[in-house]
Write a protein that binds this ligand. Sequence first.
Ligand code: C2O
Ligand code: CU
Ligand code: CU
Length: 437
Amino acid sequence: PATREGTAITIVQREADLDILPGLKTRAWTYDGTFPGPTIVSRRGTETVVTHRNELPEPTVVHLHGGHTPAESDGYPIDLLLPANGQPGHQHHGDMMMGAVATGERAYRYPMGQRAATLWYHDHRMGATAPAVWRGLAGFHLVRDDEEDALPLPEGDHDVPLMITDRSFAEDGSFRYAADHVEGVLGDVVLVNGAPWPVLEVAPVRYRLRLLNASNARRYRLALDPQPPGGAAFTQVGSDGGLLAAPLTHDAIDAAPAERFDVVVDFARWRPGTTVRLVDRLAGLDVMRFDVTGARQADDSAVPAVLSRTLEPLGPPKRTRTFRFRQSTDGTWTINDEAYRPGHALANPRLGEVERWRFLTDFHHPVHLHLDPFQVLSRNGHDVARYDMGWKDTVDVRPAEAVEVAVRFTDHTGLFLLHCHNLEHEDMAMMADFRVE
Ligand code: C2O
Ligand code: CU
Ligand code: CU
């Protein structure tokens, strides 16, 4: 995707015919005509205003996932942006709260007072997020800062965001969305940055790969094949909320929907001429290929043993809250037995106080919090998994598991969201407000 830097960015949401499959056009909903949308790049401490213009046939809502954002710009699910040239979108009445509705254009203000991290933006309309994202409404938003710039990590062409999604296609090339509100919608083709089974030519040096699972419901176990001699192909340097304190090596990466894994791969570990496949070991899907080309060369990048000194434990929690994610007997996905109702907060955390939040599940649910990242404390009372390190905003809670996280909400009061990031579960009401006071 194209990169956009600057403090004022305009994005037009519109339909476009994309070349994804040979000889066929795929009609998509896009940010500025591409899927993924443009990669926005911000600097810590410099506000970025992104103005979206909706030229799609339906209302939209833009959420910056991982953004530390005031409530009015967070993409609350009923703060609709109605089409610029459409009939007024239908409104909910009765006991339903009304959102802040805009027509045509809306400016989302992102203060960017947060660490360098790999964020992403996507649609978040109540009850309609999953099909909108499936049609293409997703893009990267990177935050850079001085702490990260001071590190010798691979950069420039060697810093590659990879948005991994699965999709199904009809015979005419259009996206096929076959609703499944139990598992969520799974596709049979994996796209990386919107392309099936793409090839990246890489020099035999280190690359930083920012892996994002932007799929509606699919989990991946990502591995490189062949493995490099000695294994441990991935050196993880960052998570959802930016740099880890220290690098962590993995043979494979388990990525649930919305999770980000920022990894360094040293392609000098394979002989030049090798094709290294990125594969998914859960469903046996092909993801992409790296062709290692060119002669061995000097590599001035490195992964230092200390990445960040700004990661401190949050300290003892003031209170504990429990959130039970389960399917009710009528098939609705609920949190604490409630289906999502805008304006009905399930928790009222106080600004600046550390809390322990416990997530209990019946099924597999990637649990996501808006506003601030958290630190995973335990799984079923035991130590955290290797994929839980650093600042997270999404944690994969497995069937019958209890996950505890420590979180502190800062800077912004108002209504924010807690939800399952299986987008079909989210649309089927597995979402709740919390009100920061
Ligand atoms: Cu990525 Cu509330 O979502
Ligand atoms: Cu989010
Ligand atoms: Cu779920």
